[in-house]
Design a protein around this ligand. Structure first.
Ligand SMILES: [Zn+2]
Length: 235
């Protein structure tokens, strides 16, 4: 009888040992599976947890640069809308200073432009965004100047790093030979405290730039290249 108990005891110990091994095996497999899912999500949404403030320059009564009936304000907005969709699909939270044809100046303001820029800076500073990107188009009296160029203000030490990353990407993929430029007199960029840059996406005064900037596939390409920089900056 005692021997039978001993045998039963051995059997139970062996059984419990085997079961614990099975549990450990199952636990490890579930863990590996869950890590796999997290990795897939991280790859699919590489900007998850990042908030970007997009700022399409000008709007409303302020058209920005003009060439015949082509207004800078409209192209800035188109580019930002595409960029918004792209960044959102990559997991980022995106805000825009405007999503239609208007500016942000106070009603009856005597200094409309200043009021507009002050309000843009205010809403960006009061947000919890990680970065802002202002989109503009350049225009000069010479029609030969062309290419995309990044401007920054050294209000924080991240802006120069960001500006160079964007400009290098544009040199690689968007056929520009321009270099970054530091400007301390841009009212908006001086006032914004979070990291960010201003992109002059091309020259409205240059015929090739003007043609490209209005093409949906070029605007998408622009959005893709900006997104690539953000992914490598945050990962
Ligand atoms: Zn502009």
């Amino acid at each position: 009888m005692i021997k039978a108990y001993i045998l039963l005891g051995d059997f139970m110990t062996l059984y419990e040992h085997k079961m614990s091994k099975i549990y450990i095996f199952l636990f490890l497999n579930i863990l590996i599976f869950l890590i796999g899912i997290c990795k897939i999500k991280a790859n699919q949404f590489p900007l998850m947890g990042i908030t970007i403030y997009l700022d399409p320059g000008h709007g409303g009564l302020d058209p920005g640069s003009i060439y015949k009936n082509i207004y800078e304000k409209d192209i800035n907005l188109e580019i930002c809308k595409r960029l918004n969709r792209k960044l959102t699909s990559l997991g980022a939270v995106v805000y825009m200073t405007r999503d239609g044809d208007y500016d942000l100046s106070n009603i009856n303001s005597t200094q409309r432009k200043k009021s507009d820029l002050n309000n843009r800076a205010k809403i960006i500073n009061e947000s919890s965004a990680d970065m802002y990107i202002s989109i503009h188009l350049n225009s000069v009296s010479s029609s030969t100047w062309h290419g995309i160029q990044v401007f920054y203000d050294d209000v924080n030490n991240k802006n120069i790093v960001l500006a160079n990353m964007f400009q290098e990407q544009f040199k690689k993929s968007l056929n520009t030979t321009r270099d970054v430029k530091e400007i301390k007199t841009m009212l908006l960029n001086r006032k914004i405290k979070i990291p960010g840059i201003l992109i002059e996406a091309g020259f409205l005064s240059n015929s090739n730039d003007r043609y490209l900037l209005r093409q949906p596939n070029y605007q998408e390409k622009l959005a893709d290249n900006i997104s690539k920089v953000l992914i490598s900056y945050y990962n």
